[in-house]
Ligand binder design. Structure first.
Ligand SMILES: NC(=O)c1ccc[n+]([C@@H]2O[C@H](COP(=O)([O-])OP(=O)(O)OC[C@H]3O[C@@H](n4cnc5c(N)ncnc54)[C@H](OP(=O)(O)O)[C@@H]3O)[C@@H](O)[C@H]2O)c1
Length: 261
């Protein structure tokens, strides 16, 4: 039996998901009971997400920037923590219905679960900050959100402690996570001195970007151990792969890691 998958996004040419999934599908073909193939799809119109999924006769998909909220809205059913986050990055077709999941949240948690952190400061308040805040809260690691502007944190204030630099009171955080897209512009998300004060009291710094070492991690590494977003990328992919195969696949993470080497 053949099954087809893809990742939807815009832009999408840079996506590493086809490389990760095709490697795992090929290696595990006999264990999973089907031949899987995984492509990428440049989606122009968010309203056509579900229609494109059906037109392409897909069995499952990943959805990346900027369509995760559209994927949430266009799912027939939303499962697990994706209901709280209101963003979906994985679709699975079951009984002709689209089931939506969020594996970014659990994928992030898998990469920090052995560190025994009690609390975390999340820099940024966009889609990935929201996913991380909800999973940390669920796992009893107290999240605090700090964003440069007020607009986005208004929606998050009912669930989390949220601040801008203007009303933020410095305190000690075990983990500091940069989820801002400042890294894409090769800048720090906040003033250097402000970040240094936070980092010198922290245990660990994390940046969701993975292609290169960001200004935030370059600053942080003088104070604490650091981690980039590569393991999170792999972990969210491995969890999506298990959903596509409808079974636990313990070697999915290491296979996908190998695919990127
Ligand atoms: N490793 C992985 O698996 C993984 C998974 C998901 C996302 N990511 C990465 O995470 C990053 C964020 O994604 P997202 O979906 O959360 O983006 P998003 O929803 O667009 O949110 C961006 C956030 O960054 C803030 N920001 C943007 N430019 C800034 C600057 N110059 N200084 C300070 N803050 C700034 C925004 O603040 P305002 O509200 O003030 O505009 C907002 O809070 C991207 O780089 C993405 O590639 C990685």
């Amino acid at each position: 039996m053949n099954k087809q998958f893809c990742v939807f996004g815009n832009p999408i040419a840079h996506s590493l998901s086809p490389q990760m999934h095709n490697f795992a599908f090929e290696f595990l073909q006999n264990d999973i009971g089907f031949r899987g193939s995984y492509g990428r799809y440049l989606l122009k119109d968010a309203d056509n997400l579900a229609k494109s999924f059906y037109d392409l006769r897909l069995d499952g998909a990943n959805i990346t920037l900027p369509f995760k909220e559209n994927a949430f809205e266009q799912s027939d059913r939303v499962e697990g923590i994706a209901q709280k986050i209101q963003a979906v990055n994985t679709w699975v077709l079951r009984d002709k219905k689209i089931y939506g999941y969020n594996t970014d949240a659990e994928g992030f948690y898998q990469t920090i679960k052995d560190f025994n952190f009690k609390n975390a400061l999340i820099l940024g308040a966009g889609g990935s900050a929201k996913a991380i805040a909800f999973i940390l809260q669920e796992k009893k690691i107290t999240p605090t959100i700090l964003n440069r502007s007020l607009e986005r944190i208004r929606l998050l204030q009912k669930d989390f402690d949220c601040f801008t630099p203007h009303n933020f009171k410095a305190q000690r955080f075990d983990l500091i996570i940069n989820t801002t897209s400042a890294s894409l512009k090769n800048t720090l998300p906040f003033e250097k001195e402000f970040l240094q004060d936070l980092l010198c009291n922290a245990k660990y710094a994390y940046d969701l970007m993975y292609a290169k070492q960001t200004p935030f991690l370059q600053l942080a590494k003088s104070f604490v151990p650091i981690k980039d977003g590569r393991d999170m990328l792999i972990a969210q992919g491995a969890l999506a792969f298990e959903l596509f195969c409808a079974k636990k696949i313990p070697q999915a993470f290491s296979l996908m890691q190998k695919a990127l080497q």
